[in-house]
Design a protein around this ligand. Structure first.
Ligand SMILES: Cc1ncc(C[n+]2csc(CCOP(=O)(O)OP(=O)(O)O)c2C)c(N)n1
Ligand code: SF4
Ligand SMILES: [Mg+2]
Length: 270
């Protein structure tokens, strides 16, 4: 029996599909409902980010034939396949240059990258710097779960200092990247948001899509299985509550403190 048949045979899966098919929610038109459920672990935050992306598309009424999704490799990188749009699942770290190529070939397209923090900031970090420098008019949504989730929980460029992971059993000796700093002195858009702050998450993506230039949304989200449980969270609800307690919404458009979420628009050189 194939994976799809196996997944499709449970009562849970059938009711999930029935729910989506019979519920009047506009954003579902962007998804391949017959591929649900996703392979993500129970409690994973990826579905929240994916839903917010669909809601943002719907709010802007993006035409399906003019919108392209590009993903790299990783749990977040599985996102592209669930969209009923033209999509590319690229090699690890290469989502941004592929997206840039698509945009330069056909400027009329809305090109959106959905991928993980390891993919975009680690192996693909060099591409990110140059996409910001070129100010290519694409939108990147980073599923910022602070870990290499798919491969078992290795340190990522966003893993906090001292966090214990499978590759830092004594605590992470390094400090995470402050991604917003890449965007200073550039005509660019950067937002930090979380899977708890649903309206803020959707608004950050909507504004990113409207921005004429390079836009990046750092969406803090939960990997309970390969990160959260190892640093002391009992479940992903506790991780969500941490986002609620820790992050405050800021109106500052120049710089965010460590515990702030918000939208930055730098206009250097304009
Ligand atoms: C060139 C290359 N190096 C390494 C890997 C193994 N690999 C696959 S996914 C992954 C980590 C992905 O982490 P992230 O981008 O944060 O996504 P997440 O799984 O956390 O959503 C790695 C290292 C690969 N597939 N290709
Ligand atoms: S390993 Fe982590 S990021 Fe991957 S699906 Fe499971 S909870 Fe989500
Ligand atoms: Mg990750």
């Amino acid at each position: 029996m194939s994976t799809v048949e196996r997944r499709g045979s449970s009562l849970y899966v059938k009711s999930l599909r029935l729910y989506f098919m019979n519920t009047d929610i506009n954003y579902k038109r962007y998804l391949k409902l017959d591929l649900l459920p996703t392979p993500w672990c129970p409690g994973c935050g990826n579905g929240i980010v994916l839903k917010a992306v669909c809601q943002a598309f719907d709010e802007l009424n993006l035409p399906k034939e003019g919108t392209v999704i590009v993903s790299g490799i990783g749990c977040a990188g599985r996102s592209a396949g669930f969209f009923d749009l033209d999509s590319v699942h690229t090699a690890h770290g290469r989502a941004i240059p592929v997206a840039e190529g698509i945009k330069y070939a056909n400027d009329a397209l809305t090109v959106v990258v959905l991928s993980g923090d390891g993919d975009l900031l680690g192996i693909g970090g060099n591409h990110l710097l140059h996409a910001i420098r070129r100010n290519t008019n694409i939108t990147v949504v980073c599923y910022a779960n602070e870990i290499y989730g798919m491969t078992g929980g290795q340190v990522s460029p966003l893993t906090p200092h001292n966090a214990k992971t499978v590759t830092s059993p004594l605590g992470n000796a390094d400090f995470p990247i402050d991604v917003q700093s890449y965007f200073k002195n550039r005509n660019s858009y950067f937002a930090r948001t979380t899977a708890f702050h649903l309206n803020h998450l959707k608004k950050s993506i909507v504004e990113a899509l409207k921005f004429k230039g390079f836009s990046f949304v750092e969406a803090r989200t939960m990997c309970i299985v390969n990160y959260g449980r190892r640093v002391g969270y009992k479940n992903s609800h506790e991780m969500l509550m941490h986002y609620k307690e820790f992050y405050k919404v800021s109106d500052d458009t120049e710089e965010l403190s460590q515990n702030e979420i918000g939208i930055l628009r730098h206009t250097a050189g304009l």
